[in-house]
Design a protein around this ligand. Structure first.
Ligand SMILES: [Zn+2]
Ligand SMILES: [Zn+2]
Length: 320
């Protein structure tokens, strides 16, 4: 089959890969659509040593399931962490933190930039008919956005600042706005402002960030500059949610975190079912974030385009 292959931080399009043979408890999924995200770019820069097929955001169709015939033909999205189910972390009920986990297109298993992928049946979620493919493909990043509201109680009226209004930041903004808090987003580009304002979300420039002006700050840039801005914006006793991995180390004055009693919350993958429900109800609308759709054959060009400034979500369609 065809797939986008990562090796030694270099991407190549390959046509010589075998279609996976689903193991017991697994499904073979024909990929209908996959999304390129910031993590994929970080993988090409060596964020995690990985050789194989990249990609973890997808919607597909189950075409084989040796012991899951009820799944045959179903349109699905899939959770990306494959837990061992046996380690101490798994048995205590934290499978997404499994010490031996594999992660679709990130760690130890091939990903979604391919004609087919393989995932455990228990990772799959059926997509409601009301959710078309180009919306369903946002389920994984939307679930990650929802993880924030799962971890942190954001109260109506609270002052919340979003730092970073790119691909993931836009979804986070829509999710946080649903809480009824007083949300503002720091924007760097006009296209970010336009999309946020379409959803009734107030935007400010970096120069308008007041020291200690917000109860909670969500950091989505994964850059030292973004963290420092978040640190400055949060009030004493407030909270910073870290929603993006940091490629570089960040210098933090930990004494100031102690003295100001700041809570730091790390936040990663989130719940799929509520994400699908939000997409089905239209309460979150990611369609405005789609910048382009490419056939898998043009995946290298798609990656180049996805890295251009102002480009949000780029989709890969294996069947196009
Ligand atoms: Zn992603
Ligand atoms: Zn485990």
């Amino acid at each position: 089959m065809k797939a986008l292959w990562l090796e030694n931080q270099k991407l190549s399009l390959r046509h010589d890969l075998p279609v996976p043979e689903p193991r017991p408890g697994y499904a073979l999924v024909r990929v209908r659509l996959a999304g390129i995200c910031a993590t994929d770019f970080e993988m090409t820069r060596g964020y995690y040593p990985f050789t194989g097929i990249l990609g973890h955001e997808f919607v597909g169709e189950v075409v084989a399931a040796p012991d899951g015939s009820a799944w045959m033909g179903k349109r699905v999205v899939g959770e990306i962490n494959i837990a061992c189910g046996e380690c101490a972390t798994c048995t205590r009920g934290y499978p997404t933190h499994c010490e031996r986990r594999a992660v679709l297109g990130i760690r130890a298993v091939h990903g979604a930039f391919a004609e087919y992928l393989e995932l455990p049946l228990k990772n799959l979620h059926e997509v409601p008919d009301a959710v078309p493919d180009d919306i369903a493909v946002f389920c994984e990043p939307l679930a990650a956005a929802l993880e924030i509201t799962q971890q942190v109680h954001i109260q109506p009226g609270e002052r919340v600042l979003l730092v970073g209004a790119g691909r993931l930041g836009q979804l986070i903004a829509q999710v946080i706005a649903l809480t009824g808090c007083a949300l503002q987003a720091v924007i760097r580009h006009d296209y970010q402002r336009k999309i946020l304002e379409q959803h009734g979300i107030e935007t400010i420039s970096e120069g308008m960030v007041r020291t200690g002006g917000w109860d909670k700050v969500v950091e989505v840039t994964g850059s030292p500059g973004g963290f420092n801005l978040a640190r400055r914006a949060v009030r004493p006793g407030g909270m910073i949610v870290l929603k993006s991995t940091f490629k570089d180390d960040v210098q933090v004055n930990l004494s100031s975190i102690v003295v100001d009693e700041i809570t730091l919350v790390g936040s990663r993958c989130g719940p799929f079912e509520p994400a699908l429900a939000l997409l089905a109800s239209g309460q979150v609308d990611p369609s405005v974030l789609i910048s382009a759709r490419y056939p898998l054959d043009e995946a290298l060009e798609a990656f180049r385009y996805a890295g251009e400034p102002g480009v949000l979500k780029v989709l890969l369609a294996p069947a196009d």
